[in-house]
Write a protein of this length. Structure first.
Length: 297
């Protein structure tokens, strides 16, 4: 009865007063717990945790009836386990529910790289704690519909935002150029007329286009979404040192290719360009965050 007891204790008093008239509810709660636990035998989630989880999502008797349906309560079990950081639950979620989500994105005629990009972002949004230390995004699933449909809608929305971002993205080249060139005023004086907002923007965009999908996602997750090295390791299922190495490589490639594009377009000497890039190294993280934030808008 641990599940039922936890459920009753977590219910708001007004909802508890209404449900108290349902004398068969205790038996239905016990059946729901047994059904959910049997659906995910490989997972370890306590009855108390699921009881509280269900109570937080029950606002009236009609809604509770829907949540106690076998499929709904099993999916709430999985979502609760994922939100609590159960790695086995996360693997189950990806294995069972992510392939159809990929199919929904493929029907949008996105490229394979774009699908991968959206899926990595969705994985981080769903399974990593919020910036303020709050629950992961999977906690937003309330069992009012099928989990697969809820995930697909989330992914399609993310893809639509990405497509819109691709149409409207513009980097704040002027501000970034000021940061890059501030420590090297002597070089700036020589090339004030040559360094323009549009030239810097084109160089940055051209450099980004040459990065791999994983490199773009790593940079965006870290500099725009604030995902830490440890969290990147969790998203990509690799050691934090490997994630840090990937991020550093992506950052350097972006820097190198931006430099190459500027040299080619502005026809400035390599030594002078290197002086500006070297001076920018200490401010690179701030610059990248600003650029990614502007591009996302």
């Amino acid at each position: 009865m641990a599940f039922a007891n936890a459920f009753w204790s977590a219910l708001p008093s007004d909802v508890r007063a209404v449900l108290a008239e349902d004398h068969g509810l205790a038996a239905r709660l016990e059946t729901a717990w047994q059904t959910a636990a049997a659906a995910w035998r490989e997972l370890t989630l306590s009855a108390e945790h699921l009881g509280v989880w269900l109570a937080e999502r029950s606002t009236d008797a009609a809604e509770l009836d829907a949540l106690l349906a076998p499929t709904a309560v099993a999916e709430l079990f999985l979502a609760c386990a994922c939100a609590r950081g159960d790695r086995a639950a996360m693997r189950c979620l990806e294995a069972r529910y992510f392939p159809p989500v990929r199919g929904a994105l493929a029907r949008m005629r996105l490229s394979a790289d774009s699908v991968d990009d959206v899926m990595q972002g969705l994985r981080a949004q769903l399974l990593l704690p919020g910036r303020d230390g709050g629950l992961p995004g999977i906690a937003g699933f309330r069992g009012r519909g099928a989990l697969g449909a809820w995930l697909s809608v989330s992914a399609v929305r993310a893809a639509c935002k990405q497509l819109e971002r691709g149409k409207n993205e513009r980097s704040d080249g002027d501000a970034a150029l000021q940061r890059l060139s501030a420590p090297a005023r002597n070089v700036e004086e020589q090339y004030t007329r040559a360094w323009s907002r549009d030239a810097f923007e084109r160089a940055f965009v051209a450099a980004m286009a040459q990065l791999t999908a994983r490199e773009k996602t790593l940079l965006r997750l870290h500099y725009l979404d604030g995902v830490t090295i440890d969290q990147l390791g969790a998203v990509y299922r690799t050691h934090r040192a490997t994630a840090a190495r990937w991020l550093a490589s992506a950052r350097q490639r972006l820097l190198d290719r931006t430099r190459a594009a500027l040299i080619e377009e502005l026809q400035i000497p390599l030594a002078d360009c290197d002086s500006i890039i070297a001076a920018a190294q200490s401010q690179l993280e701030l610059t990248l965050h600003r650029l990614f934030a502007t591009r996302s808008r």
